[in-house]
Design a protein around this ligand. Structure first.
Ligand code: 3VV
Length: 195
């Protein structure tokens, strides 16, 4: 039988996350980490265009406005797109607070309430702990208000990678575009790449 409380979280013993000394401070509104990102980019037609800021105690707060383009059932958000929004918010929290490139290894979602078109999901993310290259983070999505009912919960494992992950598997032109925009950005992207 499937249970809401299948496992303790994090599932293994972890160290407290080491917030990087150059991590954006509480109150900072974050720029897209890459303009063509499907989750946060402002040059990605049809992207989710999520916006994110750092809150107190280094909780990351992202918002996702649900539109007709995001439907699964008539008038309701598609679960896969909601998972995408959580992947983005969780990954942003890990990348921005630890200042290390990381990729999603595992993402788990609990859909508790339907999310209607026209609503806004307020996603609060906490980085829970680390163990070597493994980073555990969790999130809750509140419907239509910061303290609205929780419609979706998610937990994820991210794995810290070196830059070769992107250079070996990614697109060199796109990486060059990312480097260019990072140079011009108001929030320069500095990554620690030796985990
Ligand atoms: C100029 C460039 C700048 C870039 C900067 C980026 C930072 C951006 C900052 C902020 C914004 C971010 C916003 C984005 C959000 C969206 C993120 C995504 O959607 S990422 C795309 C989807 N994910 C993938 O494509 C991963 C594909 N998988 C892999 O590449 C590999 O499997 C990888 C890296 C995850 C692990 O491979 P291995 O060979 O490096 O390492 P192994 O030894 O296999 O795993 C390490 C540890 O993790 C555990 N592990 C790995 N995957 C696991 C899993 N699925 N479940 C449980 N454990 C797992 C393993 O058991 C191992 O644990 P033990 O150290 O032995 O204790």
């Amino acid at each position: 039988m499937v249970s809401y409380t299948a496992q303790p979280w994090p599932p293994i013993e972890t160290d407290p996350p080491a917030i990087h000394e150059k991590a954006p401070t509480p109150g900072t509104k974050l720029q897209p980490h890459y303009t063509e990102c499907f989750g946060c980019g402002d040059e990605q037609p049809g992207g989710l265009r999520m916006s994110t800021e750092v809150a107190d105690s280094y909780v990351i707060k992202s918002t996702f406005d649900v539109t007709r383009e995001h439907q699964g059932a008539p008038g309701l958000a598609h679960g896969g797109l909601l998972a995408c929004a959580f992947d983005e918010a969780l990954g942003t929290a890990v990348g921005q607070l630890l200042r290390k490139p990381a990729v999603t290894g595992k993402l788990e979602t609990d859909f508790r309430q339907p999310v209607p078109v026209g609503s806004t999901l307020y996603i609060h993310v906490r980085v829970d702990g680390t163990s070597g290259r493994k980073v555990y983070a969790s999130a809750s999505g509140h419907l239509d208000a910061e303290d609205g009912p929780i419609a979706v919960k998610a937990r994820a494992l991210f794995v810290i990678v070196d830059m070769e992950h992107f250079t070996a598997h990614g697109d060199e032109d796109a990486l060059e575009k990312l480097r260019d925009s990072a140079k011009k950005a108001a929030q320069p992207q500095r990554w620690d790449i030796n985990p």
